[in-house]
Write a protein that binds this ligand. Structure first.
Ligand code: TRP
Length: 336
């Protein structure tokens, strides 16, 4: 296949809120995929700082501090800003302008129906029931639509946001497009792996459960956390036969060293392998796996100026695309 017949790379758009350091669940579930999209797509990765304010508005400094740390984790994981675009949401005021305009045609009832709205208020309290938080999925649509994003890789919990977004795009094109697709309907690409990384307590790995192994953790901390992991609760003594299917340590073996899965499976079931030994082995393998990632992390952490330059350059590039889309939107809405 020649370059001429090669298909155009799809525009991929995704983002993360800067709310804290990233863990190996983010790494295996999301960042490895982002790194792959750098090679196969025209990818845009957003630091969704405005979205972080929807729940974190009372601590703006925490959001500011998390911004660089998060990008350092992206870089450490091998997401390549040389073949993708990293950008800062608040650095592109056109996104907020688009949100005002699309807000005119986005029914409140559609927003109230998005399950995360009621769910998060139940989890976090009535304080977050703001106008901005209700508009979270609309702002997310604006992130995507302003770059004409075609494919959006996200966790399953985001599917309802994208579904809402597609309906708003259809409504916009119907009202103002005159037969033209001014805005693009984004496709949801569910990252199945994102659900599968267990934390030390066996629940999904998450900062809020306090069960996460961070990319920024050192080796001793990692070993300590692996030692605290839950295994098969029915395997009490070393020689008891165990069931790897219910064991968090086993789930991590699948991600860290797939060639080790068969022997661990066999020796756990037969009772030859005890949990203490298994955890020690995994801690060693995990630390070896994370070593180059952590070394890259340390290099970028020592060079904040370079990290900020990467964000600034990407934001400038992204803003050019956003400006173009807004010209089309304003024209369609008779605002030129
Ligand atoms: N809401 C997403 C999350 O919490 C983050 C996000 C913000 C996003 N804007 C986006 C994801 C645009 C995909 C596309 O995971």
């Amino acid at each position: 296949m020649t370059a001429v017949t090669a298909a155009k790379r799809p525009r991929v758009m995704s983002g993360m809120r800067p709310t804290g350091r990233l863990h190996i669940g983010h790494y295996f579930g999301v960042l490895t995929q982002w790194a792959r999209y750098c090679r196969t797509a025209d990818a845009y990765f957003e630091i969704a700082d405005l979205h972080a304010y929807t729940t974190g508005f009372s601590d703006p400094q925490a959001i500011r501090d998390a911004r660089n740390e998060m990008v350092i984790d992206w870089l450490a994981a091998g997401v390549d800003p040389g073949s993708s675009t990293f950008f800062l949401q608040s650095g592109i005021p056109e996104i907020s302008e688009l949100q005002v305009l699309l807000g005119m045609i986005a029914p409140v009832s559609w927003l109230e129906r998005v399950p995360t709205y009621k769910g998060q208020i139940e989890a976090l309290g009535q304080e977050i029931a703001t106008y901005g938080f209700l508009g979270y999925p609309l702002l997310q649509l604006c992130d995507i639509a302003i770059f004409r994003g075609e494919e959006v890789p996200v966790g399953r919990d985001q599917a309802a946001h994208l579904e809402f977004g597609r309906e708003v795009v259809r409504r916009f094109n119907y009202l103002y497009g005159g037969g033209e697709q001014i805005l693009v309907e984004p496709k949801t690409m569910i990252l199945e792996e994102a659900a599968e990384v267990p934390g030390t307590d066996g629940r999904k790995m998450s900062k809020s459960y306090n069960n996460a192994i961070l990319l920024a953790d050192d080796e001793a901390t990692t070993t300590e956390k692996v030692r605290s992991m839950v295994t098969d609760p029915k395997k009490i003594r070393r020689n008891d036969p165990g069931n790897p299917e219910v064991c968090s340590v086993f789930a991590l073996w699948k991600l860290v060293e797939p060639q080790h899965v068969a022997p661990v499976d066999r020796d756990c079931r037969s009772g030859v392998l005890g949990c203490v030994q298994d955890k020690g082995d995994l801690a060693e393998a995990l630390n070896a796996y994370l070593k180059p990632i952590r070394e890259r992390r340390a290099l970028y952490a020592a060079d904040t100026a370079q990290v900020e330059r990467i964000i600034a350059e990407g934001t400038q590039r992204a803003r050019e695309v956003a400006r173009q889309t807004m010209i089309n939107v304003r024209r369609a809405m008779r605002l030129l």
